[in-house]
Design a protein around this ligand. Structure first.
Ligand SMILES: *[C@@H]1O[C@H](CO)[C@@H](O)[C@H](O)[C@H]1NC(C)=O
Length: 325
């Protein structure tokens, strides 16, 4: 009896340790390797067509980027319509902006991914295209308080840098707070249009300001070029799990022009067709040679279709102010 009790006690003492160590060792790794397996298309050596399951895995990110256009009150209680319903269990902790001097944004916890999501709203595409085709685009080095240790050879679009700086400390604090309260291990930066440019800046910003064991991921849509080749290299080295999806003949991803010294980071995902949602992953930074990638598909803004900027992205998802339904 006494022996039995002791044995039972020992068993009960050991069980949580055994299960606990199995859980700690296996569960997060399984989750993470699933994410990594989903991203074998990152920076391919040559143009690679994504499988249909790889393509549909982007739909939650599309919905999260779409939700950034919705009112702060509707993302706070996660009642922003289709975009919110599509991502169940999401817990927004911070939302703000006014859609004018500061683009709307939100930060929240995505339980199924054990991830923090940081999202920024895009802008009116017609005005945006006209701003980004201006040959006198102001550029600047990154603020060294926000981006410590970044080389002075890096420069980015001044308007994007200023916009990112406006919410940088708010979204960082909100993210740190979710990491502390939930044990989130990943931060996913999403956005469409101008929101994509802000997500690209945020992604690097987070790698410089969060512990190195936090994985930072970028998922952007219809993103313009943000900075020069040194910036693109910084994104490539600090955020290897970064994708920018371009829809068919959208002109925004080809501006500001490479002739002005701008370059995209890896990995371009080009939606080749809105009928089949065939998506290819393109090699390099700004693939100008493969016909299925954006530069060859959209050689200039006159051979483009600005409506493609809004969608439909895979799954039939549109992004823009009128799509918060
Ligand atoms: C850089 O960012 C910090 C923190 O937001 C701010 O206090 C400072 O004024 C910025 N510096 C410049 C030159 O904009």
């Amino acid at each position: 009896m006494a022996l039995g009790t002791t044995a039972t006690r020992v068993l009960f003492a050991i069980l949580p340790l055994v299960l606990g160590s199995v859980r700690v060792a296996a569960v997060p790794r399984a989750t993470r390797s699933m994410r990594r397996a989903d991203t074998s298309f990152l920076n391919p050596a040559s143009v690679t067509t994504l499988s249909s399951s790889e393509v549909s895995a982007f739909e939650p990110y599309e919905q999260l980027a779409r939700a950034a256009y919705c009112s702060s009150s509707s993302v706070t209680d996660w009642s922003c319509g289709e975009a919110c319903s599509a991502v169940s269990g999401f817990e927004t902790t911070t939302a703000g902006g006014d859609g004018d001097s500061i683009q709307l944004y939100y930060v929240g916890y995505w339980p199924s991914e054990n991830a923090v999501v940081v999202a920024h709203q895009g802008t009116d595409p017609t005005q945006f295209l006209s701003d980004l085709t201006d040959v006198d685009i102001a550029t600047e080095n990154l603020n060294s308080t926000l981006f410590p240790g970044v080389s002075s050879s890096v420069w980015v679009h001044s308007g994007f840098a200023n916009e990112q700086a406006q919410t940088a400390s708010i979204v960082l604090e909100a993210t740190q707070s979710i990491i502390a309260s939930k044990g989130a291990t990943t931060v996913i930066c999403v956005g469409h249009s101008l929101g994509g440019a802000l997500a690209e800046l945020d992604a690097v910003f987070f790698t410089l300001n969060l512990p190195s064991d936090i994985q930072v991921v970028g998922r952007t849509f219809g993103t313009p070029r943000v900075g020069n080749p040194a910036w693109a290299s910084l994104v490539d080295s600090s955020v290897p799990d970064f994708t920018r999806m371009n829809n068919v003949d959208d002109p925004i991803p080809i501006v500001p022009g490479r002739a002005l010294g701008f370059q995209h980071p890896e990995t371009e995902l080009h939606v080749v067709s809105d009928d089949t949602y065939e998506v290819v992953a393109c090699p390099g930074n700004d693939d100008a040679t493969d016909s299925d990638c954006t530069i060859s598909s959209v050689p200039n803004i006159f051979d483009a279709d600005l409506l493609n900027h809004l969608g439909p992205y895979p799954g039939g998802i549109h992004m823009g102010t009128i799509y918060c339904t």
